[in-house]
Design a protein around this ligand. Structure first.
Ligand code: PEP
Ligand code: MG
Length: 598
């Protein structure tokens, strides 16, 4: 696999004539191109994962704990074997013959060295935790079976899956080392190679300290990409077939700038990338010099720069990049990747910690935006079209007790800082009415119980469904502030699934219809005295900064790592000139080239 340059015909290939392209070879390796969705460079060994493997915890076990972990796996294999033997012995006399045959096959599989011994080798040699080792090996074995010609053997792939599930179940009951305690820092960096990674899986992978992510599917505003950015881990998505091309253990370079993924590069190429990575780190460091400068355009317009976070522990990063506040805390990440819902108390603790850690700066917490590509564990998505189904506020209004618990937690946290509550996906005024009824009743309940909260806690709405942007006036009047979610606004305006790489090239933030909706919302906010921010990915794309300034935007919210790039643009911009140019283009519904605004 180290020879034969293979050009990927991926239509999403990056064409950036960026400096790092010069590091690419003309020969001797496989190079795939996808969409770079989280910047930076990563190098390390591939960990090729299937869906089942993604669903378990991943961590590397410290050297001294390896034998203990191998024992845990051995015991789980033995216990599962004993359970199956017991089942086989107690089968009723009239049980179907297939059942006892299946139990014997499962017992044989448990003893098969390809499953048992090889999984133990992964624990011992690669320091994988037991679950990770077992699912990796199970996947490999399952794939081998499923490609066999003999139909009987092909069907054994399903048995492997079932056996792995059983052992995982046993492992779940055994003593698990804390993911972070178990992480060994000594191993080489690892790069996850997957067909796709759901946002919930990304959260599970968060603690495992992977150096990069590469996937076959995905788009730049998919939640997978958003989480990768929030982890500060370079990622390339929409590679088409990386999971088939890369093998476990291959050495990869992930170029989060151009979207190139190099498989088993030469030493010379690795050296070039090391140089690029070090230049990149230096330029990030240099940008910090503008962190404490007031964020103002050349003509003196003050611009607020806020951070988007998914987890409370990201506050530190937001502050280190000079954020004026949290513009979007996606609370749903507290609900994902776990079996039970977080209690009101757990939510309160998380929201309060963000409010307190931000030290009086505004903290905008969005209520649960579950649905579409973000599902709760155990809740299989059955909607025909989840992005258009019971998502976000629709989901919450259909579950009043779940919603009330979150609102109670949010209101209680409002006594500890500048909390603002943001409601996703509002589409109709009926929802607004139902929302205020439930907020009113939660407030009354808290008052009756003598629990402190901010009675004037601002309530805002995401503008992310075109219906609301088009009929903006009554919505703007009903809320204290608005936040434009361009990721969904573009998806719903253009009818393009934001997570579907097949249509990613049609996902166009510069479509005149999208720009008119954004500009119209900003205008309405100014007329009605309601603050408007943009918190979708457009706000963090420095190429779009002048365009948004030209529409009159003065509040941006983005991933913390993008704050200083955008600030640099703002410091060099002249809003008056931009406003004239942008207004003229919008009037004519013309396409605007952001480069022309420089
Ligand atoms: C958006 O839709 O632009 C947004 C910020 O919310 P999310 O990406 O979480 O849907
Ligand atoms: Mg959204």
């Amino acid at each position: 696999m180290t020879s034969s340059a293979k050009a990927n015909d991926n239509t999403n290939a990056s064409t950036n004539a960026n400096a790092s392209l010069s590091a690419l070879p003309a020969d001797s390796l496989i190079c795939l191109y996808g969409r770079a969705v989280a910047s930076g460079y990563a190098m390390g060994h591939a960990v090729v994962m299937g869906a089942a493997a993604l669903e378990v915890e991943h961590y590397r076990v410290a050297e001294q704990a390896v034998e203990q972990e191998a024992d845990r796996l051995k015991r789980a294999l033995e216990t599962t074997y004993a359970e199956l033997a017991e089942l086989a012995n107690t089968l009723p006399i009239d049980a179907p013959r297939e059942l006892s045959a299946m139990l014997s096959v499962h017992q044989l599989l448990l003893e098969d060295p390809l499953l048992a011994d090889e999984s133990l080798t992964l624990v011992r040699e690669r320091h994988y935790n037991a679950e990770w080792a077992l699912t990796t090996q199970g996947q490999l074995l399952g794939e081998q079976f499923s490609t066999m010609e003999d139909e009987y053997l092909r069907e054994r792939a399903a048995d492997v899956r079932q056996v792995v599930e059983r052992v995982l179940h046993t492992l779940r009951g055994s003593q698990v080392m804390s993911a972070l305690d178990g992480v060994s820092d000594s191993g080489d960096p690892l790069i996850v190679v997957a067909h796709d990674i759901s946002p919930a899986d990304m959260i599970r992978l968060r603690g495992a300290r992977f150096a990069g992510f590469v996937t076959d599917l995905g788009g730049p505003t998919s939640h997978t990409a958003i989480v990768a950015r929030s982890m500060g881990v370079p990622a390339v998505v929409a590679l088409g077939n990386v999971r088939q091309v890369a093998r476990d253990g291959d050495f990869l370079v992930v170029d989060g700038e151009t979207g190139a993924v190099l498989i088993n590069p030469t030493q010379e190429q690795i050296n070039s990338y090391k140089q690029l990575a070090s230049n990149y780190a230096e330029s990030r460091q240099a940008l910090l010099s503008i962190k404490d400068i007031a964020c103002e355009t050349l003509d003196g317009i003050r611009v607020g720069l806020h951070a988007n976070i998914e987890m409370p522990d990201e506050v530190a990063l937001a502050l280190s990049q000079g954020a004026d506040g949290i513009g979007l805390y996606r609370s749903e990440f507290l609900f994902m990747g776990r079996d039970e819902l977080p209690t009101e108390e757990e939510q309160f603790t998380a929201y309060r910690s963000v409010a307190q850690d931000m030290g009086g700066r505004p903290v905008t917490i969005r209520t649960l935006d579950i649905g579409a590509d973000k599902a709760l564990d155990g809740e299989a998505t059955v909607a025909t079209n989840p992005a258009l189904g019971q998502r976000a506020i629709r989901y919450c209004l259909a579950r009043p007790s779940l919603f009330a618990a979150q609102l109670r937690a949010l209101l209680r946290a409002s006594a500890f800082g500048e909390v603002r509550i943001l409601i996703p996906m509002i589409t109709s005024l009926h929802e607004v009415q139902a929302l205020y009824e439930i907020i009113g009743s939660v407030k009354r309940e808290l008052s009756n119980q003598g629990i402190a909260y901010d009675e004037n806690v601002p309530i805002g709405a995401m503008v992310e469904v075109p219906a609301m942007a088009i009929a903006i006036e009554p919505f703007a009047k009903a809320f204290d502030f608005l936040s434009i979610g361009t990721n969904d606004l573009i998806q719903y305006t253009l009818g393009i699934d934001r997570a579907d790489s097949e249509v990613a090239s049609l996902y166009d933030p510069l479509h005149p219809a999208v720009l008119r909706l954004i500009a119209g919302t900003i205008n309405a906010g100014q007329r009605l005295g309601k603050p408007v921010s943009v918190c979708g990915e457009m706000a963090g794309d420095a190429k779009m900064t002048r365009l948004l300034l030209g529409m009159g935007l003065t509040e941006f919210s983005m991933h913390p790592r993008q704050l200083l790039d955008v600030k640099q643009e703002i410091l060099a911009a002249h809003t008056n000139a931009l406003r004239t140019k942008v207004a003229a283009a919008l009037n004519r519904a013309e396409t605007i080239e952001p480069e022309a605004l420089r």
